[in-house]
Design a protein around this ligand. Sequence first.
Ligand SMILES: [Fe+2]
Length: 534
Amino acid sequence: MMYLKPNVVFEPLFDRWYAWSHLISPATAALNIVDRHLTIMGSYVAAPEMHAQAVLNPKMKGGPFMDLNGDRREEVKGLIESTLRNQHRSIQLAKAIKELDKLLTAEANGFGMENIYRKIPDILKGYVELYYDRNNNAGFRFFESLLYKSEFSNPSSQSMAFWITNNDHRPFCLSTPRLDSPDVLHLEIPFSHSGIDELAKMKRTPKPLSYIKSILGLNASSSEALFESFFTETSPPAYDKYTGDKIRMRYFGHACILVETKDVSILVDPLISYYGYHSDIEHFSDFDLPDVIDYVLITHNHQDHILFETLLQLRHRIKNIIVPRTSSGKLEDPDLKLMFNSIGFNNVIAIDEMSTINFEDVNITGLPFTGEHSDLNILTKSCYLVKVGEFKLLFLADSRIVEPMLYQHIYNQIGSVDVLFLGMECDGAPLSWLYGPLMPKKLSREQDGSRRLSGSDCEKGMALVDIFKPKEVYVYAMGMEPWLEFISSIKYTDQSNPIVQSNKLIETCRSQGMVAERLFGEKELLYERSVSLV
Ligand SMILES: [Fe+2]
């Protein structure tokens, strides 16, 4: 009877690239294959030494450069070839989407659109509806649920890499694919595979190796010895279930917060560190999570808030996932419920703005989220009010207030809150960093720079504090913990604007009598259900 070691990494891959939600939704995946993966790989093959130089330069952090040790040109060429071969239909789909954009620009000039349907590229026929907005600008929406049933939904491109980690270092995951390495076990299984759940369960419940090997199809393969090194007879520390009468809040790093009472558990934006190796920073890990998580709340569709790596390991413990609702069919706004369903999460609830889910003595309300989305028409974003008894916690994620009256209207409905969590990554990347592959026309440098993925600065943050009048303010979601640097590509100094701005906000809040702090590493707080007590 063996346990899985707590420092075995579960890395979900798509065509050997770090998997995130835009690689699952079929249309966004097609465009990312062409305009992210193939572009970066082509650039690497042409000039590997330029990539090696760029990754050494801190100013280039998060840029489109591969962080590979030594010259791996031949393997990258091989990956380009297999991508072109395996994804040839998705590559054609990407081309057709671009053609359709051009067709609409050229021919949709305010007159009836029926004639244009005939000219839609064949591969897209039946998957799109054309429309005008009220200003006669033409656009199209996907019948996304049909795309998931089509040849463009490609679970066979998904796979899992497993290895033992002894530190938090990993190359920036959006720019570097995972090539073969002797210490990495690579399994060609889709994310919906039940073997992932069975393996994750073995962190707490021991099973015979023969059991998990047969589920994962790992019999008599050359990887058996490596696989066996992932297990131990040593039992993990037992989970210390909260049994008191209060509300316990635990910060796990970035935007991941667990709210527990003795009866319920709610986990926001799960991103959990591994355990079992030295770290200078005290932090919670998998062993501090309950056996059952009643509700996972997802705030928005950015890769640091929907981390498959954590979610797949927790899937067997999650009763319900709440995601912001969209069914717009817009390329830039894929449906998260469909996306999660397709990778083996069957318990997904799409929540609307100002609608509430009630259970036990808890109410979870979805609230409007503005900012941090480059002024694109994206609906898959939600702030959450979590009310336990009379105690109110407000999770604002990376909101950036653009119109105070919106929040005033929300305040009129929900009243003041006890605790407010706010992301202040106020120097976010430009639009093209995340959404570039989806844009039919390149934005000018100035346009791109003016449409950033930025959270609140001090002024914007204080505007929210002034409206919601919390007793406690916590700055979070700063991407600072070392175990998530591979996904955030953030390394601040004391002079970095987000640090300066959040320090200023914290000082201002404290001077007004509030408790205020920027969270880092770990934090535990206990609250009475009616009156706060830190
Ligand atoms: Fe974000």
